[in-house]
Design a protein around this ligand. Structure first.
Ligand code: ZN
Length: 136
């Protein structure tokens, strides 16, 4: 039986302020500033031969929206787990919240500016198993 492997992507946006506490004194990112963040979540897997889709985009939206709302119009440094809110750490933070709800989660992307983005691919467990607890 032929299988079809696909990647579905959902975009999101949020506005937030941040500053980076661990960069050297005088670095511009150490000053409080804001971004119109853009992001993507990607899910990978086989097309279900009966439904003709991998998952319902609306289900993905329902999982992503409440997480993005926790970031929108906040100072990211004040959010638990985002004390050093680089694009990388924001991607990891979103992944951790999303992975238990979204089987097949393959990538979280955070774009700080039009030319700068970070792709995060998880910790190697492919986002499908939050039960083994092997990550420190
Ligand atoms: Zn910044």
């Amino acid at each position: 039986m032929q299988s079809h492997f696909v990647e579905l992507v959902k975009d999101f946006r949020f506005e937030a302020a941040h500053w980076l506490p661990n960069v050297p004194e005088g670095h511009k990112c150490r000053r409080m500033h804001g971004h119109s963040f853009r992001g993507e979540v990607a899910v990978r897997g086989e097309i279900d031969p009966r439904t003709g889709w991998l998952i319902d985009f609306a289900d993905l939206r329902r999982a992503v929206d409440p997480i993005v709302h926790q970031l929108d119009h906040y100072c990211l440094n004040e959010i638990e787990g985002l004390e050093n809110p680089t694009a990388e750490m924001v991607a990891v933070w979103i992944w951790k919240k999303l992975a238990p709800q979204v089987p097949g989660l393959a990538r979280v992307t955070i774009e700080e500016t039009c030319t700068s983005r970070c792709h995060y691919f998880g910790d190697g467990t492919n986002g499908t198993d939050g039960t083994d607890g092997t990550d420190g």
